[in-house]
Design a protein around this ligand. Structure first.
Ligand code: PLP
Length: 298
């Protein structure tokens, strides 16, 4: 997708150029990196004759929404194994699940304890017994074919950037970006969650070492947000007309802008931030914000 230049006075002041790759606009419902990650998996599923996709996710998961929409578009039946057994009768109140259901996804709600077993052989075996044959897309969609899809995010036109910034969940997307980056570029990953297992995940798929994780901007953990982040995201949207999601891209851009403010980049640095999408999550986040007395995301 195209790169949009961000015009903000702080960038001018610090002599930094910042562009955003608008992968959020790649498809109306299969957002950003989820589109990239599904691309070759869907081709593989179709080539192998599968008619059903099964995957896992939380109640607000971009991945669940993407798989449901992709299944509808490409003619696969879809099954979502959802974390949280209490959600079975709250589908209508949850924008992500409601959307996925409208796309035809069938759900199985399981407890958080059971959910932790999602990669166990026995657990998967029982799913085959229950649902018959299916193509299994792992949680978050990361596997070798997903990384292959993400290797198409950067193109030759992007090689003039010194730094590439991207949000990190499971590490699949950044791995693809590393693999298609130039050695002269630095890839900065901003984990959206706490924990230091991510380095090992990335090493499994990444072919170069021109990357680093910046772990100071997770805001307390996965999908945790506060008023400061909400203000940043709203302000960014008003000033640049670019919407950011609160779970991934908002935290990544907050981190990049903070690093720019703190003079962590040399004058003249050209930065490309990847907009990985995720905007479908805003509705659900706003419902939760209201309950917690937090402001609304615009
Ligand atoms: C899933 C997701 C990510 C994380 O991608 P990984 O490949 O799991 O690291 C980043 N941004 C958005 C918007 C996402 O939905």
């Amino acid at each position: 997708m195209y790169n949009q230049e961000v015009k903000l006075s702080i960038l001018e002041e610090k002599s930094i150029q910042l562009f955003i790759k608008r992968d959020d606009l790649i498809h109306p419902h299969i957002s950003g990196n989820k589109y990239r990650k599904l691309k070759y998996n869907l081709i593989e599923a179709s080539n192998k004759g599968f008619t059903t996709l099964l995957t896992f996710g939380g109640a607000y998961s971009n991945h669940i929404a993407a798989v449901a929409a992709a299944g509808k578009e490409k003619g696969f039946k879809t099954i979502g194994i959802i974390r949280g057994e209490e959600l079975w009768n709250r589908i209508k109140e949850n924008p992500t699940l409601k959307f996925a259901k409208e796309c035809g996804m069938e759900f199985k709600f399981i407890s958080r304890g059971e959910y932790r077993k999602k990669t166990d052989k026995d657990f998967i075996e029982r799913l085959y017994c229950e649902f018959g044959n299916f193509y299994l897309v792992p949680e978050g969609g990361t596997n070798a074919l997903a990384v292959k899809g993400c290797e198409e995010i950067l193109t030759e036109n992007d090689f003039s950037f010194d730094v590439v910034g991207v949000a990190v969940g499971t590490g699949g997307t950044i791995s693809g970006i590393i693999n298609c980056s130039q050695l002269s570029q630095q890839v900065l990953g901003f984990p959206a969650l706490k924990g230091d297992f991510l380095n090992n995940e990335i090493v499994k798929f990444a072919s170069k070492r021109n990357w680093k994780l910046v772990c100071d901007y997770h805001f307390g953990g996965y999908a945790k947000i506060n008023e400061e982040l909400i203000t940043f995201i709203n302000d960014f949207k008003i000033k640049t007309h670019i919407p950011l999601d609160p779970v991934y891209t908002g935290k990544m851009l907050f981190g990049l802008m903070d690093m720019i403010k703190n003079d962590e980049f040399e004058k003249g640095t050209k930065i490309l931030a990847i907009h990985t999408g995720g905007l479908q999550g805003i509705k659900g986040m706003n419902l939760r914000n209201r309950k917690k007395g937090l402001s609304e995301l615009l």
